[in-house]
Design a protein around this ligand. Structure first.
Ligand code: MRU
Length: 348
């Protein structure tokens, strides 16, 4: 079973429109970088690794259209494209990681002729795409031993194939355990307000054949107390040097609940989600989205006209609540200040 989140076809970027899932499997085609940026902003594509891949493809697409025939003119325009990509969403560091990688590739090839440079950019975007799925499979291999036969796993938001180039991070760990032949079950939080859990995680897991039960976010405590949940696995949008992590709003609450009920709380993410330049999660920029995501359900107003609304799209879970962080490079455990640096092969 493979879900195609994003694809480079000809000189176009094709994405499944995640706003319409699971009711409709519709694809949108972007033929310039501005429409890719718009798609990221509008959540046609979402999930930290997936928006990194989309930004890289958008930059490659933009690069193909640059008219300048000398390096400095070309690089200046590429930088302008990168700036627009950076403005799409602030929290997931994978976006900025991918943009920097594309820019660096260009900068390191100043001697190449412009057509070669365009081809190099296209190839780099495809490399980021291909690497992402391989990384996720490795995360799955590294994390699957943390799941036992007959476990029921709670997950929040969608950290599956749809949030990546393929296979998924948190769902990748769950899939890898399932592919080992373990009998497992998943409880998926619906994940208000954008409903990534209800709409996307359940859809993916049902396609794969992993038993899934949909619950509302407020039911997690009830099922933990009842002993229905054995562990939690979630993805991440950015992980600071001390292990604090930004992930979909509601993740922090789930982590506190897990600790209260003495359940392991695991995070699965590629190393491109680590932002060791940040000392703690306090420094992670948190996106605030439009009030209509809270006041409306599928275009239907559910709250009084003019009500004041807050809509932070992410929260920060302190590292102290995280049992382990599963990456493609290995599994980090507290103290994260030390273990995350060791994973990346860095010294203090
Ligand atoms: O707002 P979204 O849907 O982009 O948020 C997605 C999440 O919070 C995911 O859990 C995270 O990006 C990890 S995806 C592998």
């Amino acid at each position: 079973m493979s879900i195609k989140t994003i694809e480079w076809r000809g000189d176009r970027v094709i994405m499944i429109d995640q706003r319409r899932l699971p009711l409709e499997e519709r694809y949108i085609e972007c033929d310039d970088y501005l429409s890719v940026a718009e798609a990221i902003k509008a959540m046609v594509i979402r999930g930290a690794p997936a928006i990194g891949v989309a930004a890289a493809m958008g930059i490659a697409l933009g690069g193909q259209r640059i008219k300048s025939r000398n390096f400095s003119g070309f690089f200046q325009q590429l930088e302008e494209i990168c700036e627009i990509m950076k403005q799409t969403r602030p929290t997931a560091v994978n976006l900025f990681w991918a943009i920097e990688r594309m820019k660096r590739l260009c900068w390191n090839n100043q001697k190449a002729n412009i057509d070669t440079l365009k081809e190099l950019l296209r190839k780099e975007a495809l490399k980021i795409f291909e690497e992402d799925e391989q990384i996720n499979r490795q995360i799955g291999i590294n994390g699957r031993e943390l799941i036992k036969d007959s476990d029921t796993i709670l997950t929040h938001c969608n950290a599956g194939a749809l949030a990546t180039a393929g296979y998924g991070t948190a769902l990748g760990v769950i899939r890898a355990a399932y592919e080992q032949g373990k009998t497992i079950e998943v409880y998926a939080d619906e994940t208000r307000p954008f409903l990534q859990g209800a709409r996307l995680t359940t859809w993916e897991l049902m396609k794969i054949g992993i038993p899934v039960t949909l619950i509302t976010d407020s039911m997690a405590a009830y099922f933990m107390k009842k002993g229905k949940i054995n562990l939690v696995v979630v993805g991440a949008d950015r992980i600071a040097g001390n292990g604090d992590l930004a992930n979909k709003i509601g993740t922090y609450g789930v982590a506190v609940l897990a600790q209260h009920h003495r359940l392991p709380f695991y995070v699965a993410a590629p190393s491109s989600t680590l932002d060791l330049s940040l000392v703690s999660g306090e420094e992670i920029p948190i996106e605030e989205r439009g009030s209509e995501e809270v006041t409306q359900l599928f275009g239907q107003q559910i709250a009084p006209d003019g009500v004041r609304v807050r809509n932070p799209a992410f929260d920060v879970t302190p590292g102290q609540y995280i049992t382990a962080i599963i990456t493609e490079k290995g599994v980090a455990r507290p103290p994260y200040n030390k273990s995350l640096r060791e994973l990346l092969g860095r010294r203090e």
